[in-house]
Write a protein that binds this ligand. Structure first.
Ligand SMILES: [Zn+2]
Length: 184
């Protein structure tokens, strides 16, 4: 993001925490978050202050953006690269990496060729533990449980901001229609 976008980002934070934003803050924050997409970072700031009263630092933004990007990749199968690249391993790998990076940034990619092969190493690495089909379904909706309130695309977190090992909070599973209301 640009320094101007960093000002917008810090203005969003200031709306919650009344921080003063000076030139030195913009320079320091820009150095720490310039590689992130502005809109993702904006969502991260809002998500942070929806969940916690902790003073926002760049590390909070980076962590939340990382989670949002990982969730997007978990949603979307990576399309197979064009067949003509198959004889050129470097270009083929680069095409997969490019596709994963685009999905992480929120681009919807067209399916090219049905991928019947095993997922690529890159795909497995980026997806990480997010291959749980219940989690993938659940994070399409936001989490209604007040201490968490994870945004769509972001995974549920516990009170310390750590990702749940369970797919999602019970309330979110219900909101996603994955479990029925309990009948007493
Ligand atoms: Zn949750």
């Amino acid at each position: 993001m640009t320094p101007e976008e960093v000002i917008d980002l810090l203005s969003t934070a200031a709306a919650y925490d009344r921080r003063k934003v000076g030139e030195a803050d913009v320079i320091a924050w820009h150095a720490a978050v310039k590689d992130l997409d502005f809109l993702d970072a904006q969502d991260a700031v809002i998500g942070h202050y929806t969940e916690t009263t902790d003073w926002l630092m760049p590390a909070h933004v980076r962590k939340r953006v990382k989670d949002i990007r990982a969730a997007r990749v978990a949603f979307a199968p990576v399309p197979a690269p064009p067949a003509e690249l198959a004889d050129s391993p470097g270009a083929y790998q680069a095409a997969i990496q490019d596709a994963v990076a685009k999905i992480a940034r929120g681009f919807a990619l067209p399916k090219q060729i049905a991928a019947k092969a095993e997922p690529s190493q890159e795909y497995a690495e980026v997806r990480g533990a997010d291959h749980d089909p219940v989690r993938i379904e659940a994070i399409r909706v936001s989490c209604p449980w007040p201490p968490c309130k994870a945004l769509p695309g972001a995974v549920c977190v516990d009170a310390d901001g750590r990702r749940l090992t369970a797919p999602a909070h019970e309330a979110r599973l219900k909101a996603a229609g994955l479990v029925g209301e309990e009948v007493p």
